[in-house]
Design a protein around this ligand. Structure first.
Ligand code: PRP
Ligand code: URA
Length: 208
């Protein structure tokens, strides 16, 4: 399955603002929200719909509806929480589950600390949210946990990714759809994406 990079000049313009270290927290949060909403629309581009008859003020017509109740959005704590508002803008009735992970700064391995899903998660389609796909360790771990709980249809949305993270995620979970606003060059020796935007969690939560 191939990753999809948002290919749009306005997205590139907004990415430029996110990358700028002088962008204040308020604007950073607003752009993460906008891009998350955009990623959400992309993720639903080919979603299954059913036809439904309705009356417009003028006539009767057939419209398309998505069964949004089938979907669960799962931000990876902390930074994934920054994407929630954008999802809610696109899907105001969204259901959420949560996975808590942080990277060990020495080993870059993910450390698990929280897992909370709505009932019957195994019957639902899951969309995982994390602004950064760096080594790919956190995304692979989160998806491992979801699959252990029986989830079979998974999409991963991120703002910034890099080739190593994409390859690692695709190798571990070739069935998972990946949508990213930007595909950057590489990782540095501390596991940060280059050029990237720095530590997404710190920039979203103003903890720099
Ligand atoms: C960041 C980011 C991802 C992870 C990506 O989280 O939000 O979860 O790093 O890196 P990886 O692809 O190499 O695993 P971080 O560990 O900084 O935790 P935080 O969200 O709590 O700040
Ligand atoms: N996590 C981040 O927040 N930023 C990176 O560049 C890599 C991992």
């Amino acid at each position: 399955m191939k990753e999809l990079v948002l290919n749009n000049s306005l997205v590139s313009h907004k990415m430029g603002i996110l990358r700028d270290k002088n962008t204040p927290t308020k604007e950073f949060r607003e752009i993460v929200k906008e891009l998350s909403s955009q990623l959400c629309y992309e993720a639903f581009r080919d979603a299954e719909t059913t036809d439904c008859r309705i009356d417009t003020p003028i006539t009767s017509t057939t419209v398309k509806r998505i069964d949004l109740g089938q979907y669960v959005f799962v931000p990876i704590l902390r930074a994934g929480l920054g994407m929630m508002d954008g999802i809610l803008q696109a899907v105001p009735t969204a259901t959420f589950g949560f996975i808590g992970l942080y990277r060990n700064e020495e080993t870059l391995e993910p450390v698990e600390y929280f897992f909370k899903m709505p009932p019957e998660i195994e019957k639902r389609k899951v969309i995982v949210l994390d602004p950064m796909l760096a080594t790919g360790g956190s995304a692979v771990n989160a998806i491992d946990q979801l699959k252990k709980h029986g989830v079979s249809q998974i999409t991963f949305l991120c703002i910034v990714s890099c080739p190593q993270g994409i390859e690692t995620l695709k190798a571990a979970h070739p069935d998972v759809r990946i949508f990213t606003a930007a595909l950057d060059e590489r990782l540095n020796d501390r596991g940060y994406i280059i050029p990237g935007l720095g530590d997404a969690g710190d920039r979203i939560f103003n903890t720099l």
